[in-house]
Ligand binder design. Structure first.
Ligand SMILES: Cc1cc2nc3c(=O)[nH]c(=O)nc-3n(C[C@H](O)[C@H](O)[C@H](O)COP(=O)(O)OP(=O)(O)OC[C@H]3O[C@@H](n4cnc5c(N)ncnc54)[C@H](O)[C@@H]3O)c2cc1C
Ligand code: SF4
Length: 327
């Protein structure tokens, strides 16, 4: 690990001003950041400890929306009674991630900003456009079983690793950020970027900007939601495929559907084509299968991960059946 200066800040303004300098990074739970620093993948000159900023509250707004502080721990969010009752998809996604110890440290802001688990990204002996722009991509012709099948480019096929983000994509979350120029909000699906020709640019956050909150809009009454994760072992493992499903069904017909996929996309993958199929349709297995086919219609497999196309379809159908049942 390279030497760095640690700055402890007490308020947002101090954090933002300290962050405006290049090669400066925030640290929250440290569960991703410290690994990256130990491996010399992140080499900040300054690290800003934001743990004293007080962004650790979960507020229920009058509108029914939930405002979650960026420093709320993954465990605290997962076990919050309102999240369990009204947004089970988010609680289930969080509890499917990592291990209890990690979830006790990991923050909401850090989870949003965590970096890919592509093995070549973590191994500095290999070419990786995300780590060293222009160096090549060892995964495209290498071992790519865990890599992405949606949103890939000829420069990078890395999967976005988060479970929480998949649920937030389906829930239409809104990210609140604060920078030197003031505050702004970013719709969840606009926050993470596709790799395109610049896979090292992963999100729309500016150097001086701090994530302060994530807002979850209230769901229409009667909505049901669920997160299903498929992985190589039952815990402490990233998703091969996952599906976040939010459905509102009335008299057997789907009034609204919000779907997202994990383990398959280069960013948390909102399945808009599948939503189009389902909205207005009868809640039955045939329609769920048609929706899953639409969701994966643009998927592109690589040598070791083509199986994910069928697995993702089945994951989505199973999650839809569990959430919506069948008329
Ligand atoms: C062994 C292991 C297994 C895991 N398994 C899973 C899994 O199955 N599913 C899953 O989803 N995740 C998994 N994770 C990842 C884990 O969820 C993340 O490491 C964690 O959420 C990161 O949160 P943190 O607070 O520790 O972030 P940190 O490590 O402190 O920071 C991560 C990044 O976020 C930035 N950051 C943090 N807070 C803010 C903020 N408020 N504003 C702007 N930038 C910010 C930091 O600068 C840094 O770039 C696993 C991690 C490990 C180590
Ligand atoms: S897939 Fe992306 S992260 Fe993995 S080696 Fe290629 S460029 Fe790097």
């Amino acid at each position: 690990m390279e030497p760095f200066k640690l700055i402890r800040v007490q308020d947002n303004q101090a954090a933002i001003h300290a962050a405006g300098v290049t090669r400066t990074k925030f640290i929250a739970g440290g569960t991703n950041m410290l690994d990256l620093m130990k491996l010399n993948i992140e080499t900040p000159k300054q690290v800003i400890d934001i743990n004293k900023l007080g962004l650790n509250k979960i507020e229920e707004l009058k509108s029914g929306n939930i405002l979650i502080g960026a420093l709320v721990k993954n465990s605290d969010l997962a076990y919050h009674p309102t999240i369990i009752k009204n947004f089970p998809v988010l609680s289930e996604a969080l509890l499917s991630g990592a291990s209890p110890q990690l979830r006790n440290m990991a923050s909401v802001g850090g989870n949003l900003m965590q970096r890919t688990r592509c093995p070549y990204f973590y191994n500095t002996d290999f070419a990786c456009n995300k780590r060293v722009p222009g160096s090549g991509c060892a995964a495209i012709d290498g071992y790519n079983r865990n890599n992405a099948i949606l949103g890939t480019s000829d420069k990078c096929i890395a999967t976005h690793p988060s479970d929480m983000c998949v649920a937030m994509a389906a829930l239409g979350a809104i990210i609140h950020v604060q920078g030197i120029k003031g505050v702004r909000t970013i719709p969840f699906t606009d926050f993470h970027l596709l790799p395109g020709q610049t896979p090292h640019i992963e999100h729309t956050l500016k150097q001086d900007e701090l994530i302060t909150h994530v807002e979850i809009p209230a769901l229409p009454s009667g909505s049901k939601s669920h997160y299903l994760k498929v992985r190589d072992r039952a815990s402490y493992e990233f998703a091969l495929t996952s599906a976040a499903v939010v459905l509102n069904i009335q008299n057997g017909r789907i009034k609204n559907a919000r779907l997202a996929l994990g383990g398959v996309g280069t960013k948390p993958w909102r399945a808009l084509l599948a939503e189009k199929v389902l909205i207005g349709a009868i809640a039955n297995e045939q329609n769920y299968r048609t929706a899953a086919a639409a969701a994966l219609s643009q998927a592109k497999g690589h040598k070791d991960n083509t199986f994910k196309i069928e697995l993702a379809k089945r994951t989505l159908v199973r999650a839809l059946i569990t959430t919506g049942g069948m008329s």
